[in-house]
Every structure is written in structure tokens, then in C-alpha cells.
Design a protein around this ligand. Structure first.
Ligand SMILES: NC(=O)c1ccc[n+]([C@@H]2O[C@H](COP(=O)([O-])OP(=O)(O)OC[C@H]3O[C@@H](n4cnc5c(N)ncnc54)[C@H](OP(=O)(O)O)[C@@H]3O)[C@@H](O)[C@H]2O)c1
Length: 363
């Protein structure tokens, strides 16, 4: 199904829905997605706002972040230490929320947090380690950033690029998924913080124009151009660093063009996520020929570095090296459509949802 038809099917799902502050609204798994998500996979429920008990807080959601992995959560896999979802469960997702009632000694009413909220407008929480809540500093930046650039997507970009990429000034770099959430941050950190020369790969002329304004010195439109041919023209001497968000044939093309001691960062493989038959990489031995390395990472393994990473990112935002790009869908009722956007290439930057906009104030 083409993107426009598939995405318009989500309009009837959200049309008669809205939220208020008097009830609890949630999105649940109705059916496990087969291939891409469809409106039939989601169920909207309304209930009473829960009361916190001793040692608990009531959290009110302001923003939620969207990530490709959520389709795996709905399928019952990839739950990152969270409970595996069954049909009828609220969908996992991290978000930005305010403590509106507290019976917990460590959390005060009015504080903003970001962590595992799930697709819901309120949540009672004991703020356990498993939910991975972090306090959000009131530093003049929008709360919305906690759902993306100053959230798990930002940590992913930083951990992958610096932790696995070992980037060096002047590196001839290639980045796929360059206009997406992780990609739009990696391109800017590579160009503006380290001084790499970045060729970005993205889908369509608009995204290619966008990445040229966000750290890339050249762009490849993989939907209309042959990636291998374009890499040969743009990187005739090969690649020092490839940051991989898409896997599949793009990873294979980059492996064939490595310089000595090159590094490949395995961040994601979205081009493979909805395939019936897994992609089988045939040329990994190119790593041996060039003394290169390919390293994966999982963002939740990098949580101990959270504060240092957020300090870096906040500093780069404030001094203009990192322009935060978040694609914010308005309205909690549009969460399913926002998830589908990722798989139809509709987002530019980090896909988020504004549940209530910015809070009036926070402490
Ligand atoms: N390792 C980790 O711990 C970790 C953490 C976070 C994210 N990830 C992974 O990192 C990648 C980027 O994540 P993100 O949250 O920033 O998402 P994202 O890049 O914003 O993902 C959506 C984008 O992926 C591209 N895309 C969709 N289908 C594609 C296909 N078949 N082939 C090529 N590109 C396709 C689309 O851009 P175009 O229009 O350009 O196609 C789309 O806008 C994902 O693969 C994600 O699973 C990994």
C-alpha cells in the first residue's frame, strides 16, 4: 500500500477522539502487527485517573517519543527489559511528564521527568529503576526535547557515534537514515563537533535538501539513485566511518568501500524490519581485508552515562553546534499515525507527539 493511502487510514482511527484532564486515556495493543502497523492494531481506552499510594507519584504526560522499536514491542519482542506486551496491554513508550501528586519522599510536585510512561495520559509510578526516570533540569530549553533530542534518541546518537564510531577530524563518513531522529543528530555532531566530512543518505529530494543544511556536505537520495554508484563518485577513496541506521543493501554497499581501519556503527536496520525473509549480509569479510571493525550497541546499556551525555548535548544546543530537530505530531489521539510515519518515511528529525504542549511552569 502506498504511504498516502496507508496513512489516511489512520485518520478515521483518531477522528472522534480527544483527551481532557478528567480521565485517563490510553492506547493498547489490539492485534500484533504483521508487516507494518495498521489502524486495526491499536485500541483506545478511557478510564479513571489512578490515585498514588504511599511511595508513589501521579505523573501527567506532556510529550511522548516514537521509535521504530515500538512495532516490535507490539509484536511481543524487543521490550528492552520491559514486560513483554500481550494484546490488551498499554504500549511501551518513553515520554515527558510532570509530577502532579507525590507520596514519594524523593519526588516533588511540579518536577518534570522523562522515562517509561507508556502510551497513556497519566500514570501512577513508584519510580522504580526499571522505569528509568530522569529528572529534567529547568534550563530554559523546551520540555519537548526530553522526548527526543534530550532523551533516548539523543543518548542513542551520542553513544553510537562517540562510543562505537571512534570519530576523528577529517573522517570520510557516510550516514544512512540521515534525516531521521538519530541521523539528524549524528550528522551535526560529526560535522560541527568533530569535523568529519559527512555524506548523508535519505529518501527523497526534500530530505536531501534538509540534510545538506544539517551537517552533510553531500546527499544521496536512495529512492532515486544507485547508492553504490553515488558512493563511488562522492567517496572515490572509500569510507572511514559508516553510521548505519538502515542495514540491508546500504550496509552491504558501504562494506564494499571501506578504507583501512574503518569503523562501522550498527545502530539500526529499519530497511529490514518489515521483511518476511531476513537480509543476509554476504560481504562482512571486507572487514578483515581492511583491518576494520563493525560494532553494535544497545542504548539501554549506556544509561550510566546519561548525565554526561545530556550535559554535552545541552551545551552543543546552546552554542549552536546542534540544532534540535523534532517532528511533533499534535494530539495523543494521533500516536498510531505517528508510529506509522516512521515506517513510511514521513518524519524529519525525531518523531514525537505533543499530548498537552509545554507545561505552564516546572520546578
Ligand atoms: N541501537 C540502539 O539502541 C538504537 C536506539 C535507537 C534507535 N535505533 C535504530 O536506529 C535507527 C534510527 O532510529 P530513529 O528513532 O532515529 O528513527 P528514524 O531514523 O527517525 O526512523 C524513521 C526513518 O527511517 C527511514 N526508513 C524507513 N523505512 C526505511 C527503509 N525501508 N529503508 C531505508 N530507510 C527507511 C525513513 O527515512 P527516509 O525517508 O530517509 O527513508 C524514516 O523517516 C532505527 O533503525 C532504530 O531502530 C537503535
Amino acid at each position: 500500500m502506498i504511504a498516502a493511502d496507508a496513512l489516511s487510514a489512520f485518520e478515521s482511527l483518531s477522528r472522534d477522539k480527544s483527551i481532557d484532564d478528567e480521565a485517563l486515556f490510553e492506547w493498547r495493543v489490539k492485534n500484533r502487527p504483521v508487516g507494518n502497523v495498521t489502524p486495526d492494531d491499536f485500541e483506545w481506552t478511557v478510564g479513571d485517573i489512578p490515585e498514588p499510594g504511599d511511595g508513589e507519584v501521579l505523573l501527567k504526560t506532556y510529550y511522548l517519543g516514537l521509535a521504530p522499536v515500538m512495532r516490535f514491542y507490539m509484536q511481543g519482542t524487543g521490550a528492552a527489559g520491559e514486560r513483554v506486551l500481550q494484546p490488551g496491554d498499554v504500549i511501551h513508550g518513553r515520554g515527558v511528564a510532570q509530577v502532579v501528586k507525590s507520596r514519594h519522599p524523593d519526588w516533588r510536585e511540579g518536577e518534570m521527568v522523562q522515562g517509561q510512561m507508556g502510551w497513556r495520559t497519566y500514570k501512577v509510578s513508584a519510580m522504580t529503576d526499571q522505569e528509568k526516570f530522569f529528572r529534567m533540569p529547568s534550563n530554559g530549553l523546551p520540555a519537548a526535547l526530553g522526548a527526543g533530542v534530550l532523551g533516548m534518541t539523543g543518548l542513542s546518537a551520542h553513544a553510537g557515534f562517540f562510543g562505537c564510531g571512534d570519530p576523528r577530524p577529517g573522517d570520510l563518513m557516510v550516514l544512512s537514515g540521515a534525516a531521521g531522529g538519530v541521523g539528524s543528530m549524528v550528522s551535526q555532531m560529526a560535522a560541527n563537533v568533530i569535523g568529519c566530512d559527512v555524506v548523508g543518505i535519505a529518501g527523497g529530494p526534500d530530505k536531501c535538501r534538509f540534510i545538506l543544511e544539517h551537517g552533510c556536505s553531500a546527499a544521496i537520495d536512495y529512492k532515486s539513485e544507485d547508492i553504490g554508484e553515488r558512493l563511488d563518485a562522492l567517496r572515490p577513496d572509500g569510507i572511514d566511518l559508516y553510521f548505519d541506521n538502515v542495514g540491508g543493501e546500504t550496509l552491504e554497499a558501504c562494506l564494499d568501500r571501506l578504507r583501512m581501519h574503518a569503523r562501522i556503527v550498527l545502530c539500526g536496520s529499519i530497511s529490514e524490519y518489515t521483511r518476511d525473509v531476513p537480509f543476509k549480509l554476504s560481504n562482512y569479510t571486507q572487514l578483515r581485508r581492511t583491518d576494520s571493525r563493525m560494532q553494535g550497541f544497545f542504548v539501554y546499556n549506556h544509561l550510566p552515562r546519561w548525565n554526561a551525555v545530556m550535559d554535552d548535548m545541552t551545551g552543543w544546543i546552546k552554542d549552536g553546534k546542534l540544532q534540535p530537530v523534532q517532528d511533533i505530531v499534535d494530539g495523543f489521539q494521533n500516536m498510531p499515525r505517528a508510529l506509522a510515519n516512521l515506517y513510511y518515511g514521513q518524519n524529519v528529525g525525531v518523531q514525537c507527539c505533543s499530548v498537552r504542549g509545554e507545561p505552564d511552569e516546572w520546578i
